[in-house]
Ligand binder design. Structure first.
Ligand code: ATP
Ligand code: MG
Length: 411
């Protein structure tokens, strides 16, 4: 017996309804915010992610599923959505469709990670990307779109963390100070942080090692080094969030693992999830489109982890009944049952009947198992008089209706 690859999941019917519910809400919210779906390939040329994410990121360093195809080209299963959407934006000249271009995606991502609760090798993300404007109102819009989905899902303890990580004007000065401070504290840092101090010093702020925390707490804060433009932008994002009644916590240690972010960064956390508590995050990436070969184009986006979001809130959701109507056939009434089954489905009811020649008792049991709201009971004597019985499965009440007219009885 061959089992599924490590770190992957089979999504089975007893849970998939949560996925469908979340996906439906995502599509509805995106429509309200005027974001439009884009579907890009699951694999891309490896160079796209190397350029788009940066060589010194966890993803590119150790998490990518990279393979040579039969033509000898290096391909990679997408580890995230933004680089592909940016590539598609440039390649399809989407800027010509009118700015800002507001896109969303939903689908599987692949990262070679150590599997644990909330961390998988194939996982799913919903994300939005908005191109063509550096206005803080769009940073706020992306945040509010995500926030609104978490709220409508019933997530109560979602915390929004917010920061600004500056731009190519102000960040180099900060990075210099940061590197100096890191050098002074080299002995108090883990191996990983020592390495990052050279390759990607911002990422040290992100380290989860307990022993590194005292040193990290003493490091300079990026928000003290923002240029006027970045400070003003950050202030406006915050005031729009206030205008829209979105609560946030500022966290000057918040950085994103990806190199292309500028100005706004944010993350959504759910404490009850434990170690894997980030359910989504995003930010502004004004440098990425140019990095990937397009015209300089400001952009802002967000990605939500679907598995973690469902882990965080999915238990409180109510599943819709599997069927509205179960047809119980007594005696030799199967043909009549098949006719009524088709009729019910044609009229938009979720309907089911027995296909295993079950006893009448077992048919009712099956109806209960499926949470049927009604049972349509077909007995030979009644049918001979063009009559059927309709049982309300909640209160057990039964009424007799004409065979031609029982649908009206349900309505
Ligand atoms: P983490 O710090 O937990 O590794 P990340 O910074 O790598 O997260 P992003 O690249 O920002 O995550 O992806 C956005 C969201 O996707 C995360 O907040 C998380 O909810 C989800 N996510 C990321 N990696 C995984 C994974 N391996 N399995 C399940 N969900 C994931
Ligand atoms: Mg990660």
């Amino acid at each position: 017996m061959i089992s599924r690859p490590k770190g992957t999941n089979d999504l089975l019917p007893d849970n998939i309804w949560r996925w469908q519910k979340l996906e439906q809400l995502i599509r509805e919210e995106c429509a309200r915010f005027n974001y439009h779906e884009i579907r890009t390939p699951i694999f891309e040329e490896t160079g796209l992610f190397q350029r788009g994410l940066g060589e010194a990121t966890d993803i590119v360093e150790k998490e990518m599923y990279t393979f040579d195809d039969k033509g000898g080209r290096s391909m990679t299963l997408r580890p995230e959505g933004t680089a592909s959407v940016v590539r598609a934006y440039i390649e399809n000249n989407l800027q010509g469709t009118g700015l800002p271009v507001k896109l969303y995606y939903l689908g599987p991502m692949f990262r070679y990670e150590r599997p644990q609760a909330g961390r998988y090798r194939q996982f799913h993300q919903f994300g939005v990307e908005c191109f063509g404007s550096s206005e803080p109102s769009l940073d706020a819009e992306v945040i509010v779109l995500a926030y609104s989905i978490y709220t409508k899902l019933g997530a109560k303890n979602v915390q929004l963390k917010l920061n600004s990580i500056g731009c190519p004007n102000c960040r180099p000065k900060y990075l210099e100070k940061l590197k100096e401070a890191l050098k002074e504290r080299r002995d108090s840092l883990c191996d990983n942080c020592r390495k990052r101090s050279e390759t990607n010093p911002l990422r040290v702020l992100d380290c989860k090692e307990k022993d590194c925390q005292p040193a990290i707490a003493e490091l300079p804060r990026i928000t003290d080094y923002l240029c006027d433009e970045c400070r003003d932008h950050y202030g406006k994002v915050k005031s729009i969030l206030k205008l829209w009644n979105v609560e946030y916590v500022e966290d000057s240690r918040l950085v994103r693992g990806l190199d292309y972010y500028t100005k706004t960064v944010f993350e959504f956390l759910v404490e009850s999830l434990g170690a894997q508590n980030a359910v989504g995050g995003g930010g502004r990436y004004d440098g990425l489109v140019e990095e990937i070969g397009g015209e300089p184009t400001p952009a802002v986006g967000f990605a939500m982890g679907i598995e973690r979001t469902i882990l965080a809130v999915g238990d409180s959701w109510q599943k819709d009944p599997d069927v509205d109507l179960y047809i119980v056939a007594i005696g030799d009434t199967k043909d009549a049952a098949l006719t009524q089954l088709k009729l019910a489905r044609d009229h938009g009811l979720k309907a089911e009947m027995d296909h295993l020649n079950r006893s009448v008792k077992a048919q009712f049991k099956q109806a209960n198992r499926l949470n049927a709201k009604y049972c349509l009971i077909l007995g030979p004597d009644e049918l001979a008089n063009n009559l059927v019985k309709l049982r309300n499965m909640q209160d057990g009440e039964e009424i007799q209706l004409s065979l031609n007219d029982w649908l009206g009885g349900i309505k």
